[in-house]
Design a protein around this ligand. Sequence first.
Ligand SMILES: Cc1cc2nc3c(=O)[nH]c(=O)nc-3n(C[C@H](O)[C@H](O)[C@H](O)COP(=O)(O)OP(=O)(O)OC[C@H]3O[C@@H](n4cnc5c(N)ncnc54)[C@H](O)[C@@H]3O)c2cc1C
Ligand SMILES: *[C@@H]1O[C@H](CO)[C@@H](O)[C@H](O)[C@H]1NC(C)=O
Length: 390
Amino acid sequence: MQSLKNVVVVGGSYVGSGAATKLANALPSGYRVLLVEPHSHFHHLFAFPRFAIVPQHEHKAFIPYTRLFASAQAPNSHAVVQAKAVRVADKVLHLDRAWEEAKELPYEYLVIATGTKLPSPGSMQHDHKLGGVDFFKTYQGGIKTAKNIVIIGGGAVGVQMALDLKEFYPEKNVTLVHSRDKVMNRFHPGLDAIVRKRFDEVGVKAITGERVKLPAEGFPTDGTPTTVHTTNSEIPADLVILATGQVPNNQLVKDLDDDAEDKLTAPNGFLRVRPTLQLLNPAYSNVFALGDIADTGAPKAARPGMLQADVVVDNILSLIEGKEPTKKLEVGAAAIHLTLGLKQNVIFKNPDGDEEPMIKMRDDGQEDMGIEGVWTRRGFQVKDASEYHL
Ligand SMILES: Cc1cc2nc3c(=O)[nH]c(=O)nc-3n(C[C@H](O)[C@H](O)[C@H](O)COP(=O)(O)OP(=O)(O)OC[C@H]3O[C@@H](n4cnc5c(N)ncnc54)[C@H](O)[C@@H]3O)c2cc1C
Ligand SMILES: *[C@@H]1O[C@H](CO)[C@@H](O)[C@H](O)[C@H]1NC(C)=O
């Protein structure tokens, strides 16, 4: 058999796995997709804040990759490579472990979708499903015994956790601290108003415009009572949840960057790209970046990332045909579907131009966040609840 040329995607979260499926469906024969990802399963991050609090659903947040290429013409020619990419080189990707007996993966085209890292429970330290499930069970236990909980960070993760917590455990004190005057400050202030109203209804205390002094040794994680010091307040806590500090996963281009005159990473740590999503540096025209890791100015969310996948697929097909890549990224207004507790939720879209924001309040939230539909979209028609343990 003639050997296949590799299109390698690094990072198998929403954007990378979406790009891998689209590529597998679109590439001409002679090419295969290899998706490099250290996690054994897809991590459904949207449900992490909820499943860190509400028990009995945690295993559903980890969905097998086994049906990722099911819709492709030759499903078996593509593969998920369970490994971490440690270094990008010219036409070769270096892995932290061997795959098919080699730690070097040759590529024709490379697609970087390595996203960002957050403190737990915003992302997961464990690569294997059982480790992730155990982590959530232990975390839920810590929350159950805590009486005074302080959440640091008023972005989506912090806000959703605060409201879920207070609704699920009304007897606990829940305080959210945010350094800006408005929570959800990447959005139009109308969203701050909606969240504040909800905080008042549910009984979440918000302290805004104050910075937390983070202790060098970190906050205790074993339930030991501590005090959270801010610019103006002292808040007793027996559990502190960190919901800030998104760090770009850019380590794999570090060596390349040392050699490059045009740095691959912007000062903020994200990867510089052209409107075609090729790396900005012209020496790397066969390397693309998209999703949260790419410095596109697009909102950092899953849906805009998926639109970027269409740009990358189109442009790789052009390059394969020997043509100039012409498909360009279009950046739209930021939008979010935010839970406001166990039932209430809001769809909020920033104004496009000088219109008002689009706001849809809803009361149809489910405890498991509609996880069955997520499994369906990833190729699993779950007929028996035991299948969620796959
Ligand atoms: C808790 C939480 C809830 C969220 N809820 C929503 C929501 O409801 N709606 C929404 O639109 N957005 C939500 N977001 C934001 C959304 O999840 C991100 O915008 C989205 O995940 C970005 O996807 P990505 O694929 O670009 O990167 P990421 O999701 O950050 O994934 C990066 C992937 O790359 C892998 N990786 C990293 N480095 C390497 C390497 N060296 N080698 C191989 N693999 C590597 C990681 O293991 C990971 O799987 C949420 C985010 C969090 C943290
Ligand atoms: C909540 O905080 C108040 C005021 O600090 C305190 O009196 C009360 O005991 C706390 N509740 C719990 C459950 O610890």
